[in-house]
Ligand binder design. Structure first.
Ligand code: PMP
Ligand code: GLN
Length: 378
C-alpha cells in the first residue's frame, strides 16, 4: 500500500521493550510498574464481572465512576465538575488526548507543544490535520520559557498541550508557572489540554498544581488523567477527561465514534476502589521511597543525576559515561549492560542537543538494585 504516514515510525516504548525482552535486560525503559496492583482492586473488578456487569456501559462512562472522579478533583483541587456533563471515562489518557485533539483541532490550526513532550502528542496533532508548533523547554532545567511560549501564540493557535508532572523530565510546574500561563492565555481563545497522568506522584512535600485549580485555565481546559498510573494497572487502559460542559460536549461527539465506551467491569471496580482516598494519597510516599533509593544508588555511577520532582522517571546526563549518541547509548546499555532506558531524543522533533536518558523507577526494590549494580560498573 501507499503509506498515508510514510515518516511515522514505531513508538520508542515498543522498540525498547522488545529489545529489553530480547536481551533479557532489566527494563527501566517503558514506564510501567513491575509489581502488581492491590488485590482488593482486582476483587472489585471480578465482583463486578460476577454480578453480570459485562455489557456496554453508558457512552460517557458509568455514573458512579464519573462521580468518584468529580469528587476526587473537588477534594484535591477545589473545583467541582458536573459528573453528568463534564467528566468522561476514556480508554486511558492516550485516547483522552487524541480525542480532545480530534474534537477541537481543525485542519490548519496551530497547536503548541513544549518539547520534550510525550511521543503521542505530535502524531495526534498531525492526524487531526493541525500544524505542530514546537516550543522548547529551557535546555537541561526543562522549565517553561514563557517568553518563547508567548512568541509562539498567533491568531491561528487553537490549543496548547502541557504536562506536569512531566514525562520525560520529571519536573513539575509551580503555582507561579500556572499563574503565568493563566495570564498569558487570558486575552486569547487558546484551548488547553493538560496531561496530568502523574498528578499523584509529586515529591518532597510539593503539591500538584492542576489546571483545575486556576479558573482562567480550567475554563478552557481538558484535564486528562489515567487510572493506570495511579493504581498500578497500566494495562487496563482506563483514564478520564474533565472539561467544562461545552468542551465535554465536543469531546463526546468524537468519543462516541472513536471508542464509544470503555470496559464496564473495570469501571465498576475502580468506582468501588476509589471510595478510599488513602489509595492515592499514599502514592507520593510510596514512590518517593523508590525514587530516593534509585537516586542514592545512581551516586555510585558516573551519570549526572538530574532532578526528579514528580512522575516515576529519573533522567541522567550520560556525558560523563559515554561518547555515544543517546539513542545508541540506550541500545548499547540494553544489549551490553542489561539495563533498558529511553533516550530523550524520542520526545523531540529536530534540534535536540542534549545527552540525557530516562529511567523508570516504578519497580520492585530488587529490580532497582539489580539495575544499579549493573550501572555502577560503567
Ligand atoms: N501521557 C503521558 C505523559 C504518559 O506518560 C502516558 C503513559 N505513558 C500517557 C499519557 C498515556 O496514559 P495511558 O496509559 O493511560 O493511556
Ligand atoms: N507512558 C509510558 C512511558 O512514557 C509508556 C506508554 C507507552 O508504552 N505508550 O514510558
Amino acid at each position: 500500500v501507499q503509506s498515508k504516514f510514510p515518516d511515522m515510525g514505531t513508538t520508542i516504548f515498543t522498540v525498547m521493550s522488545a529489545l529489553a525482552t530480547e536481551k533479557d535486560a532489566v527494563n527501566l525503559g517503558q514506564g510501567f510498574p513491575d509489581f502488581d496492583c492491590d488485590p482488593l482492586l482486582v476483587n472489585a473488578v471480578c465482583d463486578a464481572m460476577r454480578k453480570g456487569l459485562n455489557q456496554y456501559p453508558p457512552m460517557a462512562g458509568i455514573a458512579p465512576l464519573r462521580e468518584a472522579v468529580a469528587g476526587k478533583i473537588a477534594a484535591s483541587h477545589g473545583r467541582r465538575y458536573d459528573a453528568g456533563s463534564e467528566v468522561t471515562i476514556t480508554a486511558g489518557a492516550t485516547q483522552a488526548i487524541i480525542t480532545a485533539i480530534l474534537a477541537v483541532v481543525r485542519p490548519g490550526d496551530e497547536v503548541i507543544v513544549l518539547e520534550p513532550c510525550y511521543d503521542s502528542y505530535v502524531p495526534n496533532i498531525e492526524l487531526a490535520g493541525g500544524t505542530v508548533v514546537r516550543v522548547p523547554l529551557v535546555p537541561h532545567t526543562f522549565r517553561p520559557d514563557f517568553d518563547r511560549i508567548a512568541a509562539a501564540i498567533t491568531g491561528r493557535t487553537r490549543a496548547m498541550l502541557i504536562n506536569s508532572p512531566h514525562n520525560p523530565s520529571a519536573t513539575i510546574w509551580s503555582r507561579e508557572d500556572m499563574l503565568r500561563l493563566q495570564d498569558l492565555l487570558a486575552p486569547t481563545d487558546v484551548l488547553l489540554i493538560s496531561d496530568e497522568v502523574y498528578e499523584h506522584m509529586v515529591y518532597d512535600g510539593q503539591e500538584h498544581q492542576s489546571a483545575a485549580r486556576f479558573p482562567g485555565l480550567a475554563a478552557r481546559a481538558f484535564i486528562v488523567s489515567s487510572f493506570g498510573k495511579t493504581y498500578h494497572v497500566t494495562g487496563w487502559k482506563v483514564g478520564y477527561v474533565a472539561a467544562p460542559a461545552p468542551l465535554t460536549a465536543e469531546f463526546r461527539k468524537v468519543h462516541q465514534f472513536n471508542v464509544f465506551t470503555v470496559n464496564t467491569p473495570v469501571q465498576h471496580g475502580l468506582a468501588t476502589y476509589m471510595g478510599d482516598p488513602q489509595r492515592y494519597l499514599t502514592l507520593p510516599a510510596f514512590y518517593q521511597r523508590k525514587r530516593d533509593l534509585f537516586r542514592e544508588g545512581l551516586k555510585r555511577t558516573r551519570f549526572e543525576i538530574l532532578p526528579s520532582e514528580g512522575s516515576f522517571f529519573q533522567c541522567v546526563d550520560i556525558s560523563g559515561v559515554s561518547d555515544l549518541a543517546e539513542d545508541d547509548f540506550c541500545k548499547w546499555l540494553t544489549t551490553e549492560i542489561g539495563v533498558a532506558a529511553i533516550p530523550l531524543s524520542a520526545f523531540y522533533g529536530n534540534g535536540f542537543d542534549q545527552r540525557v536518558v530516562r529511567f523508570c523507577f516504578a519497580k520492585k526494590e530488587e529490580t532497582l538494585n539489580t539495575a544499579l549494580d549493573r550501572l555502577a560498573k560503567l
